[in-house]
Design a protein around this ligand. Sequence first.
Ligand code: HEC
Length: 409
Amino acid sequence: MAAEEDLRVRPTRPRLALVATAAVTTFALAVTSPATAQLPLAANGEELANAPGDAIYAASCANCHGLDGTGLPPSLLAFEEEVPDFTDCDFAAREPDGDWIAVAHEGGPVRGFSEMMPAFRGALTEEQLGRVMGYIRTLCTDDNWPRGELNLPRPLLTEKAYPEDEWVVELGVDLESDGGASAAYVYEQRFGPRSQVEIVIPYGWRSGGAHDHGHDDHDHDGHDDEAAGDGLRHGLGDVVVGVKHALHHDLDLGRIFSVGGEVILSTGDEGAGLGAAGNALEAFASYGQILPDDGFIQAHTGFEVPLYDGASEAFGRVVLGRSFTEGQWGRTWTPMLEIQLKRHFESGAATTLDLVPQAQVSLNTRQHVLANFGLLIPVTGNAGETARSVRLVTYLLLDWFDGGFFEGW
Ligand code: HEC
């Protein structure tokens, strides 16, 4: 039978294989002889064919993860790896079922985890593992925590509704005119089930005399009409500090809705075109909706009010995307098309429209290091004095809750 194949292909790990396939033998981990692999299997996938998730869990998972899901202490396990705590909502809620089924089916290494988390393919079907997930999901009893499925791919401009633990390095380069380049370091940290703080530290490079085209990523346009002179200017841009809170989330309906606010500090050099003339405030709302077939739509709208003598600005962004997986469990590619509208509230101001085709890709096995590449293409307002350039926009992202940058490759 298939379970025995598993035992044969991993002869160096008899204890582990035994647990993977005949996990009902509760103290299997204490068994050291490879001969035990030939013991009759007390429970296997076939006997568990119609068993409910909790029974499969008890038979196949509990001798490492504990009947209560908190994970057995190292003293009862024959390996060093820490077993995660499924009752800890802060950890469990953010992991989507798909990733967990991948880990249980293919074993820890499929997502860059330890091979002490065995592969159950051959012993349990995906459908059975789905039932196990249904049970594991009952172990976190606080449904205040938005589920990881609602953590949709991060677009280049649209603010996600999901509260995140991330750092992101963004880079934008004007491809036309003598515009410039900008980079930003973004740090996001969750607090509580539904809230997040964020800090954005931008840095800009501009060729002398160019007009400011704004830090597209954070919609903070400076007005540096006096900026002139030759040579490359560079320096800190306007630092942003923000908070976000998920007001509503519903996994069954596949949607999440958040509101937030930002303070934009005029830390940038206005004269060099790297910042605005004063501080500003921003309020926004963001929405994420899961669509069938790994599709999604996200929207982000808000307005920015300067605390100096300047015009307010409203913005709206919508992004449509779909994720594709290489093979069944591999790398994820997410092409997206983003649309951005902006309008200054001053007489004669035009509404600007940008299209941003882009693709996000997971770089490592754990899929917590991701990159996105896109082009910001101005559709209107691309002529005359204040013409905006086509811009290459990209980011590198680390979901730091899932591990350090060098883990899980
Ligand atoms: C032999 C012991 C063992 C058994 C049996 C076992 N696991 Fe695990 N599991 C582990 C270890 C160890 C880890 C932690 C791996 C790491 O962090 O590198 C883990 C991690 C996990 C994770 C967490 C992945 C993440 O996102 O952090 C999931 C999900 C999981 N196991 C599901 C299951 C399911 C479902 C079963 C039963 C069908 C099961 N495990 C049976 C040892 C086991």
